[in-house]
Design a protein around this ligand. Structure first.
Ligand code: UDP
Length: 235
């Protein structure tokens, strides 16, 4: 397939294709954390995340969620619809961890009585600050209608993914979504993988996600492989 370099991010490279409505996303092994201050490489991460993310997008599509995903090409590339990305990160949480634990003083592992949805402004210079609806509208990031759709869809996706991971004996602690506009619709974009979710083994509470990298716990690639293995066993 003819490809032309468009953009390189922290974890992915985006290529233009002959079709102006589609791009190819290449998943790299590079890993970053803490706004890019911590850098590393996780062997095979690109392959593992491309595979895991493809399974999850296919599952969500089957359940009626509109996404950018078209298909998996080879080992670590996705063919996707080219979105106009909405510069918001939508985080959903079921169990306290990470920045929520710090901000609200809730010990990591506290089960939340209802899912929490948060919006962060995607802006590296500002360090992706937590924002509210008014902020998003003042900055012209999205309309109220779009914000409502993002939050409702994120909660729907949460229900589907809690169930999906539960069947793999995994707790979905929290995760981050990104959306974009395409021909007058809003579609789920980016990736869903152990880079963007916190995933704990139900029995042992062992972390099977990027916190192994963030916190230097070791066994990072092994944890990602374990997620892919459980997905494949179930598929
Ligand atoms: N997350 C992400 N990208 C980001 C920030 C967060 O994928 O730029 C994910 C993160 O992996 C976790 C969830 O969103 O699953 C909530 O992250 P949190 O706000 O706790 O921040 P962190 O502790 O990751 O800095």
């Amino acid at each position: 397939m003819e490809k032309k370099f468009l953009y390189e991010g922290k974890a992915k490279i985006v290529y233009a294709t002959a079709n102006p409505e589609e791009v190819v996303v290449y998943y790299k092994d590079a890993a970053t954390a803490f706004d890019g201050k911590k850098k590393g490489e996780i062997e095979n991460k690109g392959y593992l995340n491309a595979q895991i993310s493809a399974y999850i997008f296919k599952y969500l599509e089957k359940q009626g969620i509109k996404t950018h995903f078209i298909d998996l090409i080879g080992e670590r590339e996705h063919r996707v619809k080219k979105l106009e990305i909405i510069p918001l990160e939508v985080v959903v949480r079921n169990i306290a961890a990470g920045s929520l634990s710090k901000r609200l003083g809730l010990p990591e592992g506290t089960t939340l009585p209802l899912p929490v949805v948060e919006l962060y402004y995607k802006n590296d210079e500002l360090g992706d600050p937590l924002i509210n609806h008014s902020h998003a509208k003042v900055l012209n990031l999205a309309t109220q209608e779009e914000i409502n759709y993002l939050e409702e869809t994120a909660l729907k996706i949460n229900k589907l993914l809690v169930e999906f991971f539960s069947s793999l004996n995994i707790l979905l602690v929290d995760f981050k979504l990104e959306f974009g506009r395409f021909n007058g619709e809003v579609l789920l974009g980016d990736e869903i993988s152990p880079d963007t979710c916190r995933l704990w083994d139900k029995d042992t509470k062992e972390k099977l996600d990027k916190d192994r990298f963030r916190r230097d716990l070791g066994g990072v690639a092994e944890a990602y492989l374990e997620i892919l293995k459980r997905i494949k066993e179930k598929a």
